[in-house]
Design a protein around this ligand. Sequence first.
Ligand SMILES: *[C@@H]1O[C@H](CO)[C@@H](O)[C@H](O)[C@H]1NC(C)=O
Ligand SMILES: *[C@@H]1O[C@H](CO)[C@@H](O)[C@H](O)[C@H]1NC(C)=O
Length: 264
Amino acid sequence: MASQPLISVFLLLLVGSVVNSSAAFHPIIRLPTEGTPATDSRSQSDDDGIFCASWHLASETNNAGGWNQIPSRCLSYVRYYMTGKRYESDCEVVANFSTAFASTVEMAPDGKDAWVFDVDETLLTNLPYYMDHGFGSEIFNESCWDEWVASAKAPAIPSSLKLYNMLKQMGFKIFVLTGRSEHQRQDTSKNLELAGYTGWEGLILRGASDGGIPATIYKSERRSVLLNGGYRIHGSSGDQWSDLLGFAVAKRSFKLPNPMYYIG
Ligand SMILES: *[C@@H]1O[C@H](CO)[C@@H](O)[C@H](O)[C@H]1NC(C)=O
Ligand SMILES: *[C@@H]1O[C@H](CO)[C@@H](O)[C@H](O)[C@H]1NC(C)=O
């Protein structure tokens, strides 16, 4: 009697593993239930999983170009990616490669060795906001977003905070270059500080005259100003290609993942 619950658990595990392996290899292993709605929906979600992983890769590599909303079939993929362990791990790998590169830089005594960081989805994560707004499946709503920015509640991406502090300790001058507007300066620096970021050399936001300029141009122009000021931009970290491309680019650019939105 006492062993019966154990056997049931074992059977459940066994059934679970059969179902799992059939899901992974379903073109080869055909369950007798194939053709029923349950199986159809499972292979549909397998297809979505593969499609969405491919879409995500194409998006991260900029092959997808610009987009306004994630594909609707990818909502559960993006939710799972962002809230599970994978996002954290992907960010950590990027941070580790950044650290490895930074440690090869020969620092000059003039204090002009610099690193540029973007803010959103680079230093800070807006996951709490996007959890309430469909993980990029909803069209961007500026007034909702502005409210969130004003709350200054975005947490740090832990691996970015670690990288930031390590670079600071190594003697890099850190410039925070964001697409947020000048009128959000107070909220942004408050949020960065609350999240643990301190001691940057400059916090650069979009001014009134940057209004309609594409992000790539705006950021390149601001990096040019740094170069003209004698800074050597060794590294640049951002979740958007528009953080990294253009002119006056860093010697090495580090692209953090972001399957939730695209800024051209
Ligand atoms: C990143 O580097 C740290 C420190 O060396 C290490 O503990 C961690 O496992 C690395 N993370 C990944 C995902 O490689
Ligand atoms: C944006 O969100 C606000 C609420 O914060 C709402 O009143 C407004 O209708 C939304 N705008 C659009 C275009 O959905």
